[in-house]
Design a protein around this ligand. Structure first.
Ligand SMILES: Nc1ncnc2c1ncn2[C@@H]1O[C@H](COP(=O)(O)OP(=O)(O)OP(=O)(O)O)[C@@H](O)[C@H]1O
Length: 266
């Protein structure tokens, strides 16, 4: 579904040149849920923006279902961390969810059905007539997720989507995402700085190196398919996987290119 080949991104401006990505090669299969982690500033957001067609790569390319991405493609939805800035305060919750469907020229009755289904799926069936500023942070992020889901994307990209909410809401939103993913099978790529969250959610965790950034590790998460906040997180294998990813990130920070010592067999 997604093929990223030789992706390089260099920011240039005002005498400062930053090579955010050196060369990323990564394939995401249809229906996969992949989490991307890496040291702070390694280029996770840059990678996601290139995949979303919001930034042009300096070299290399991204393909969505075989087509080169050279601008925001119709089959993609993005959820950012800053829910407060991603919703229009003057529109109701329903209108916010409906907006991309209007742009996609979905007929009226179908739009109404999609909005209702998506709001029900995120537990906000009764909040359609409210304005975003009348909702809690966690509820606003649910609206952003509903908007993405209603759009029926081929690929869902998420950049630290749960970073700005409290721990309990975060766990609820993680499980909400897993439930939607199980039901709808949307190909999902999620960037997070939270290693535990990555291992909990993903079927694959991709670890980026520190700059100059490449894929340092591509780890299959062999935990049981159905995840549970208590059972999964207390599984000894969860601890092993988390330690393995943590080891890679620590090694990347101290000595890029050197594999970590003393971690498990993956
Ligand atoms: N618009 C920009 N102009 C210049 N440099 C930029 C720009 N955006 C990002 N960078 C630089 O590119 C590098 C990667 O930034 P990016 O935000 O992609 O990393 P990240 O892994 O998402 O960071 P974090 O973990 O802190 O969220 C950093 O050195 C950053 O300073």
């Amino acid at each position: 579904m997604l093929e990223i080949t030789g992706l390089r991104k260099v920011y240039e401006g005002r005498g400062r040149v930053v090579e955010a990505l050196r060369g990323i090669d990564l394939t995401v299969e249809r229906g996969e849920l992949v989490c991307v982690v890496g040291p702070s500033g390694c280029g996770k957001t840059t990678l996601l923006k290139c995949v979303a067609g919001l930034l042009a790569p300096t070299a290399g390319q991204v393909r969505l279902a075989g087509r080169v991405v050279d601008g925001p493609p119709p089959g993609m939805a993005v959820v950012f961390q800053e829910y407060g800035r991603s919703l229009f305060p003057w529109l109701t919750v329903s209108q916010n969810v409906e907006l991309p469907l209007r742009e996609k020229r979905v007929p009226g009755p179908r739009r109404t059905a999609l909005v209702q289904q998506a709001l029900a799926a995120v537990g906000l069936a009764d909040a359609g007539s409210a304005h975003p500023w009348q909702l809690s942070g966690g509820m606003q992020q649910r609206v952003a997720i509903a908007r993405a889901v209603a759009y029926e994307p081929q690929v869902l990209l998420m950049d630290e989507p749960f970073a700005a909410v409290d721990a309990q809401t975060r766990a609820d939103l993680e499980d909400l995402l897993l439930g939607l993913w199980h039901r709808l099978g949307i190909t999902t790529m999620l960037v997070t700085h939270d290693i535990d969250e990555a291992v909990y959610l993903a079927r694959r965790v991709v670890v980026l190196s520190a700059a100059p950034t490449v894929v340092q590790e591509d780890l299959h998460v062999d935990l049981p398919h159905d995840r549970d906040q208590i059972i999964t997180r207390s599984d000894p294998r969860f601890a092993e996987l988390r330690a393995h990813v943590y080891g890679h990130i620590r090694a990347a920070k101290t000595d890029p290119g050197r594999p970590p010592a003393g971690t498990m067999k993956a």
